[in-house]
Design a protein around this ligand. Structure first.
Ligand code: ATR
Length: 283
């Protein structure tokens, strides 16, 4: 694709949005690939979302990302959806097609899998049961990705049991809901543990979970990335578990978006990671 005649545009719509690391990340790739363009934060309140999305083709945007609170509401503005966004019920990436219509996709689950693969290359999805804590939007994308890639068993645990049961019923096999009271025991024999809740985030309490029953070979992932190392990751590391922090998911989910907008598959390099890490308080 010849880009020289076009100023490339993409961005992230959110409310609020100024905390987003996506502009720094995507603008790193513009510079790295020597492309003329920019990626901007777009502060769009919920009532402005459909008009903002509809304006993308006229403004010559290649597409945009969506963050809180727009991921679910955007579904209605898409003329096509990929399998992941359909199953997850949320769109995090919008691509403007040549005819001006909008294609929605969800790359969060891909980002999760790629981050785990990058940081713990020995991990295999079929190594054993996965335990997922939390039943919000982030959980949905991870459940979809892990189930889609062939996890034999997924134990879903949420403080509000009804949400876990509803999600397990909606997704079906191989997901089973466990009660919050059983969370410590549910770690027995697991090969993967993922925290998708806000617990452990700066200003929040650590996730209330005892790791004693977890095999020390299990990979422990926290999708929280502020701080980079949460109390859960520190506890896991201390007992010898391989760990993965939340930043990788953020970095890797952006790769397919870039590919879809600009036809180039960018890389998550050490330099990029260091640039984004420098914007995050140590905790
Ligand atoms: P997201 O879309 O980012 O996943 P969400 O939909 O608000 O956010 O979900 C937040 C998750 O964190 C939920 O699973 C929530 O549990 P509830 O369904 O019981 O609310 C979980 N969570 C939030 N605070 C929690 C706490 N103090 N202890 C345990 N889980 C908590």
């Amino acid at each position: 694709m010849a880009h020289s005649e076009k100023f490339l545009l993409a961005g992230v719509m959110g409310w609020p949005v100024m905390h987003s690391r996506s502009p720094a990340l995507h603008n790193f790739w513009f510079a790295e690939h020597r492309l003329v363009g920019t990626y901007v934060p777009l502060a769009i309140p919920p009532e402005g979302l459909s008009a903002a999305l509809a304006a993308l083709p006229a403004l010559k945007f290649s597409g945009c990302n969506l963050t809180i609170p727009h991921k679910e509401a955007a579904l209605a503005s898409m003329s096509q959806l990929d399998a992941a966004s359909k199953a997850i019920g949320a769109v995090n990436c919008v691509t403007v097609l040549p005819d001006g219509s909008l294609a929605g996709s969800n790359t969060d689950g891909f980002g999760f899998i790629e981050a785990v693969r990058e940081e713990q290359p020995a991990w295999r999805v079929n190594a054993g049961p996965a335990v997922v804590i939390g039943a919000g939007g982030a959980s949905r994308s991870i459940l979809f990705a892990v189930a889609d890639r062939g996890a034999p068993e997924i134990r879903l645990i949420n403080r509000t049991a009804a949400r876990a049961h509803a999600l397990a019923a909606e997704f079906g096999k191989p997901i089973t809901a466990y009660s919050w009271e059983d969370r410590h025991r549910a770690l027995e024999g697991a090969a993967l543990l993922v925290n998708t809740t806000s617990q452990g985030m700066v200003g929040e309490k650590p996730l209330d979970l005892k790791l004693d029953a977890l095999p020390n070979t299990a990979t422990v992932v926290d999708i929280v990335y502020v701080p980079l190392k949460t109390p859960l990751l520190m506890a896991a590391e201390q007992r010898g578990n391989p760990t993965v922090g939340g930043l990788g998911m953020l970095l890797h989910q952006a790769r397919p978006a870039w590919k879809s907008w600009f036809g180039i598959e960018p890389k998550v390099t050490r330099e990029l990671r260091a640039l984004i890490e420098a914007t995050i308080p140590a905790g």
